[in-house]
Design a protein. Structure first.
Length: 219
């Protein structure tokens, strides 16, 4: 969804320009070849790339066997992973964010990169309701909020919402507790994903883990 290096980007919406003078961003977004958002964390680009590389294979496989590949991002922030889910094969992504500033920026970025709202729906927590059993998502993301990773109620909500997998980002020392909470929430199995070698210097295994919680076949 991002423009290739050297390619001219779309003109900037004045509302997006106004955001450039606001608080620092979650991610360093390339809006044009010469304009990038100022990220709060200098390592954000590498951390998010590494997180995406950890999730991508399982998400790609889940979408590949689905008749209508769809994903839910329950803590989307500015929407970087939500946009990647479309790159990985989702035809529809629903992304939920409770922080008004992050949601506003996610919507501006979606429009800036000309992503149709029918493909990427960006909702506040108040606007989102859990899906019916026949409307579940192939992939659910629980990332960007590691302090909530072991919340069994939130994990039950994620379990109810997916027909395949849930990717959970959690603090490394709490990985076993989070895996146990995911099993208690109804998932059939949990895999711990190691970061790719290119990401290891920034996304350190002991600091953050990604767990892939899977639904039982026929569940």
């Amino acid at each position: 969804m991002l423009p290739s290096p050297g390619e001219p980007g779309p003109a900037l919406d004045p509302r997006l320009v106004a955001e450039l003078d606001g608080p620092r961003w979650e991610q360093s977004w390339e809006l044009t070849p010469s304009i990038h958002t100022a990220a709060l964390d200098p390592g954000a680009r590498q951390r998010l790339w590494t997180l995406g590389e950890m999730i991508r294979p399982a998400a790609f496989d889940a979408f590949a066997i689905s008749d209508s590949p769809a994903a839910l991002d329950l803590h989307c922030g500015e929407g970087w992973l939500a946009q990647r889910l479309l790159d990985w094969g989702a035809r529809r992504v629903v992304a939920v964010e409770e922080r008004a500033e992050r949601l506003r920026r996610a919507r501006l970025l979606r429009d800036h990169f000309a992503i149709p709202s029918a493909e990427l729906a960006l909702l506040s927590e108040a606007e989102w309701t859990p899906p019916a059993s026949d409307e579940r998502f192939d992939v659910v993301l629980l990332t960007g909020a590691p302090e909530r990773a072991a919340d069994v109620e939130l994990l039950r909500q994620a379990h109810h919402s997916t027909r395949s997998i849930c990717a959970i980002e959690c603090p490394g020392p709490e990985a076993n507790a989070v895996a146990a909470a995911a099993l208690a929430a109804g998932f059939a199995s949990v895999d711990r994903i190691r970061p790719p070698l290119q990401g290891a210097p920034v996304y350190v295994l002991e600091e953050r883990n990604v767990l892939i919680a899977r639904i039982a076949i026929g569940g």
